[in-house]
Design a protein around this ligand. Sequence first.
Ligand code: PGA
Length: 256
Amino acid sequence: MKRTPLVVGNWKMHKTGTEAIRLIEDLRKSSLPSNVEVAVCPAFTALSDAGSALRDSPIRLGAQDMYWEAQGAFTGEVSPLMLAAAGCRYVIVGHSERRQFFGETDVWVTRKVQAAFAHGLVPILCVGERLEERDAGRTDRIVTEQTEMATGELSSEQVVNLVVAYEPVWAIGTGRSATGEEANRVTGLIRRALGRRSGGASAQTRILYGGSVTPDNAAEVFGQPEIDGGLIGGASLDAGKFTAIVRAASRERGNL
Ligand code: PGA
């Protein structure tokens, strides 16, 4: 089953509009390989500048979060309708930093996944266990539950288009990445959990790994058969490092 590799930069709370334009210009100059889909997710305030800088480029635009209503009295929130109008194709949903620092629950994540599809956006659903859950041997249960909960209402066609990112919380921003073998094992588990409800549609779902991916470990991560790309935080802020990671995806997965 051919799944086009996808590498997504999650810029988190970094880069003003001007800085976003500069980073995108650097990425555009670095002639990224054409057999990998690439997306960047700037902060809301930089989406417009980033969208202009990406014009006529194959690099896709994404956002890092959203609310699920299309519009209304929800001070401070941004809607899927607004993201689609700003030129976004992707939206990250349920990132562990949202769950950890902003109290986001599985119920919210489920609504956001559905709202993204309803507005023509592709959700990048993040799942992953915390360190204490891993140490207690609960990784498989947590990841399966998060996946089943957020995707239970999706049609098979939506499961095909969905992107999932397996991001063990203890590996995010810590410099401590999961081994390729372990990341591959959990990714396979996520694919099976998705497949149970979608009649096997998950054979086409792209599942990424995220958590301290760097140019040094990218080949090991992308060399795993279940892993279809990466959600890259820290290393995506540097055009040289991000390009090296995209090239590793191209070498390991590009001609499947
Ligand atoms: P990191 O972040 O690459 O800096 O570990 C990954 C993520 O949070 O998506």
